[in-house]
Write a protein that binds this ligand. Structure first.
Ligand code: GLV
Ligand code: MN
Ligand code: MN
Length: 413
């Protein structure tokens, strides 16, 4: 059968995304749907209902990832998978992650109503806790599924209030019984917003990442000496927050110092006792370093670690450094990247190859299956914020590219 003229229903995709955006809606127009919260559960319940409406075979694994399988003509062939995540950042946007899951759902709805049969099964997936903002690190469910992370290590991760990942997964009713372990997969597609400014600047509608940068996450714990701020002279203080301040600037200077294509960020900090008239005696902050070049990122980390140790020593603030998580850069399967570009061209959408500076479950999927991503522009290059936005026409365009990429892969024998 010739599917050339087949297209998704853009207005249905829009209303599906708008329905999801009500769950955890924030006053500034974004969403807050942190992993394993009540809002996450609400989104999952709705998603599962929609999967069942399509008569998909729904399974939930021990990491809480949700899979929906649409049968093919030959179910012994490895499936084509497509999906992303439904959790968000705190005061995050309405598109990050959810577009890839709802875009895949729209593809399956289109296939369902057009009674399309494919050679291979097609599976949709929602990966648990991609963001890693409540439970660090990110991408844990795809990481366990791909065999790169240990399930029990992830189960024991805690949020800031000390709640365990596994307990929260159980509490929301999504600790499934199916083992989180990869099965042979013919191709994995992840449809996502760009989260940066390049496509808008270049006037392109479809981006085809050639891969994802490496990401290094570290946690820094500093000890100082608390005291009354008034009577305590400036000399001889052990102010943990001042030590952190110096360190944070070292992180900020790192990319310019190292050269190459790198970004480095301190995004989270806790200061204790956090009182304006007590010298801080405990600080925790995070470090995020990213580059396409794994060695450069490692060298940068070693460089800044030496700076941290020198600052801690000079200020008399003992330091503990935890290397929390690291993922190497992931070059995607060239054939699939080219398929995204070719499909965009066939459908008449201007496209460009690029690199993803954001992390995605596709990083881990790339370890076990031929993988590619489809990007659509982020208005103003803004993401992980409430004003994150992508126009509906572009959302539809990306879903059309996803539809045709899935059909091509699913009909390969
Ligand atoms: C994922 O959201 C990331 O931090 O890039
Ligand atoms: Mn995302
Ligand atoms: Mn994100």
């Amino acid at each position: 059968m010739d599917y050339k003229d087949l297209r998704v229903d853009g207005s249905r995709l829009q209303s599906t995304l708008q329905e999801m955006a009500k769950i955890g809606a924030t006053p500034g127009g974004g969403v807050q749907r942190l992993a394993l919260t009540d809002e996450d559960k609400q989104a999952r319940d709705l998603f599962v209902r929609w999967l069942k409406d399509l008569h998909l075979e729904v399974t939930i694994d021990e990491m809480g990832s949700i899979f929906g399988k649409r049968k093919g003509k030959n179910n012994s062939l490895p499936p084509v998978m497509s999906g992303s995540h439904m959790d968000s950042q705190p005061r995050g946007g309405r598109f990050d992650g959810i577009l890839g899951v709802m875009g895949s759902l729209e593809v399956l709805r289109t296939m369902h109503e057009n009674r399309i049969e494919t050679e291979r099964p097609v599976m949709i997936v929602d990966w648990t806790n991609e963001e890693g903002s409540r439970f660090a690190p990110p991408m844990v469910a795809s990481g366990v599924w791909a065999g790169a992370l240990d399930r029990d290590w992830v189960y024991n991760r805690t949020d800031l209030s000390g709640k365990r990942f596994a307990d929260e997964l159980q509490r929301i009713g999504y600790k499934g019984t199916v083992r989180a372990q990869n099965w042979p997969t013919h191709a994995y597609y992840e449809y996502h917003i760009e989260q940066g400014p390049i496509m808008e600047r270049e006037g392109k509608i479809i981006g085809a990442p050639e891969g994802i940068v490496c990401i290094h996450w570290c946690d820094i714990y500093l000890e100082g000496e608390a005291n009354q701020v008034g009577p305590t002279p400036m000399e001889g203080r052990h102010d943990a927050l001042c030590a952190a301040a110096e360190m944070i600037l070292k992180v900020n200077e790192l990319p310019a110092k190292m050269g190459g294509n790198m970004v480095a960020t301190v995004g989270e900090i806790e200061n204790y006792p956090n009182s304006r008239n007590v010298i801080p005696d405990k600080v925790h902050f995070t470090v995020d370093i990213r580059s396409w070049d794994d060695d450069l990122a490692l060298r940068a980390w070693e460089d800044v670690r030496k700076d941290f140790e020198e600052i801690a020593q000079r200020r008399g603030c003992p330091i503990e450094i935890q290397e929390t998580w690291r993922v190497e850069h992931s070059p995607f399967e060239e054939k699939l990247v080219q398929r995204v570009l070719d499909t965009a061209q066939e459908l008449g959408y201007p496209s460009l190859p690029m690199i993803s500076g954001a992390g995605h479950d596709a990083s881990y999927m790339n370890l076990v299956a031929p993988t590619a991503m489809i990007f659509v522009p982020s208005i103003g290059g803004r993401s992980h914020v409430e004003v994150e936005n992508t126009c509906w026409e572009d959302c539809e365009a990306g879903a059309n590219v996803l539809l045709h990429c899935i059909l091509k892969s699913a009909n390969e024998t």
